[in-house]
Design a protein around this ligand. Structure first.
Ligand code: 13P
Ligand code: SF4
Length: 345
C-alpha cells in the first residue's frame, strides 16, 4: 500500500473522529477535511510571513500545496526564480531532491529546506558522478549536457545543464556534432530528433518510471473516445508515445500551450498533478489525464503538515546541504544553462 494512501486514510480517520466527536453527519466529513486543510494553509501563510520564507512548488505538487506556494512551475521556471529572487531568508522547496539542490546551489547565503528529505527522483539516482566521469573518459572531449534531473555531484561533471523546456536549445547552442547526454534516454532521443546532434546516452538506459507508464495504446484509445482533443505529452515519454502526440513539452510549456490554444479539450500525458493545476486554473477547458495512475509517489511525499513543521522547527535534516566544492562546479553548469536559455523557451 502506498504511503500517500496511508497518509490520506490517516487524515480521513482524524477527520472522521472529529466528526463523531462533534456528532456531525458523515456527509459533513468532506467539509471538515477541507476545513482542516484551510486551517493548515492559514497557519502556513502566517508562518511564512513570520519567517520571511518563500515557498516554491513544482507543477506535480498536490493542489493544497500549490495554493500556498509563492510560485508554481516547471524545473526551469523554478530554477530561474530561485536565481533571481531577492528578499526571503528561507526557501521551502516542495518538489524532489534535485530541484531543491539546484536552488541551494544558486543561493549559497540562504537556507533551503525540503518538506521531506526522502522525496527523491529515482531517475536522478541513475546517474551518479562516476557514471558521468567514466563516460567522459571513454568519449574524451565530447561535451556533457546533463538534465537538471541529476544530483549536484553529477552536475559538477557537466559542461552545461538543461531542462525539458530547453534541452534542444541548449544542445544546439553547445554547437558540437555529438554530446554526452543523460540521464533520461527518451529526452535524449527527443533532442536528437529535433537538433540532429548525435546523443550518446549516459547511462545507457536512464528513464522516469512515471513517464514510461504511458503506451501508444493509451493515447490511441483516448483519441478514439475524444476525437476533438489535442494530445500533449512530456519528452520523458517514449519516442513512440511522443510520435502519437500533437505537442511535446515541459510541464509549464504544456500548461501555456493549453491556456493559449483555441482548442478546448486536452489529453495530458504527464504526471497527474499538472492536470489538477490546469483544471483549477484554466477555465472553460477540459483536461483528461492520459493515464490516471501516472503518479510520482516521490513528489507526492510532500504534505502541508510537513511544510508547517519545516517552517516551525527548521529541522537540520530538512536543510539542503551541498559540499562547497561540488556546489561551485555544479553552479557553473547551471548558470551556463540559465545564460544560454532565453526566457519562454
Ligand atoms: P518539468 O521540468 O517539465 O516540470 O519536469 C520535471 C520532471 O521531473 C518531469 O518528470
Ligand atoms: Fe523524477 Fe519522474 Fe518523478 Fe519527475 S516524474 S520527479 S522524473 S520520478
Amino acid at each position: 500500500m502506498s504511503k500517500l494512501f496511508i497518509c490520506a486514510v490517516a487524515e480521513l480517520t482524524i477527520v472522521k473522529k472529529e466528526a463523531e466527536w462533534k456528532k456531525t453527519s458523515p456527509l459533513k466529513v468532506v467539509g471538515l477535511f477541507r476545513g482542516r486543510v484551510r486551517r493548515l494553509q492559514e497557519e502556513i501563510l502566517r508562518l511564512k510571513e513570520r519567517e520571511n520564507a518563500f515557498i516554491l512548488a513544482h507543477n506535480y505538487q498536490v493542489p493544497e500545496i500549490q495554493e500556498v506556494a509563492d510560485a508554481v512551475g516547471d524545473s526551469l521556471e523554478l530554477a530561474r526564480i530561485a536565481q533571481k529572487k531577492r528578499g526571503p531568508d528561507v526557501i521551502v522547496f516542495s518538489a524532489v531532491d534535485f530541484m531543491a539542490e539546484t536552488a541551494a546551489i544558486l543561493n549559497p547565503d540562504r537556507e533551503v529546506y525540503v518538506p521531506d528529505p526522502t522525496a527523491r527522483c529515482p531517475m536522478a539516482l541513475m546517474c551518479p558522478r562516476e557514471v558521468v566521469s567514466e563516460a567522459k573518459r571513454v568519449h574524451n572531449g565530447v561535451p556533457v549536457v546533463l538534465y537538471i534531473n541529476t544530483l549536484a555531484e553529477a552536475k559538477a561533471e557537466a559542461d552545461v545543464v538543461c531542462t525539458s523546456a530547453n534541452a534542444p536549445t541548449i544542445v544546439e547552442k553547445v554547437g558540437a556534432e555529438r554530446v554526452l547526454f543523460g540521464p533520461d534516454k527518451n529526452l535524449g532521443l527527443y533532442v536528437e530528433k529535433i537538433t540532429g546532434v548525435r546523443v550518446i546516452p549516459v547511462p545507457e538506459d536512464g528513464y522516469c518510471y512515471v513517464h514510461t507508464m504511458f503506451e501508444p495504446r493509451h493515447i490511441a484509445r483516448l483519441r478514439r473516445r475524444h476525437p476533438d482533443a489535442v494530445v500533449m505529452v512530456h519528452p520523458e515519454c517514449t519516442l513512440e508515445v511522443q510520435r502519437g502526440a500533437d505537442f511535446v513539452g515541459s510541464t509549464s510549456q504544456m500548461y501555456r500551450y493549453a491556456k493559449d490554444s483555441k482548442h478546448e479539450k486536452f489529453i495530458v500525458g504527464t504526471e497527474v498533478g499538472l492536470v489538477d493545476r490546469m483544471r483549477r486554473e484554466i477555465e472553460g477547458k477540459t483536461f483528461i489525464p492520459a493515464l490516471s495512475r501516472a503518479v510520482c509517489k516521490n513528489m507526492k511525499k510532500n504534505t502541508l503538515e510537513k511544510i508547517r513543521r519545516v517552517l516551525l522547527e527548521k529541522p537540520p535534516e530538512n536543510l539542503v546541504m551541498v559540499p562547497e566544492d561540488v556546489a561551485n562546479k555544479a553552479k557553473r553548469s547551471i548558470e551556463r544553462m540559465l545564460e544560454l536559455s532565453e526566457k519562454g523557451k
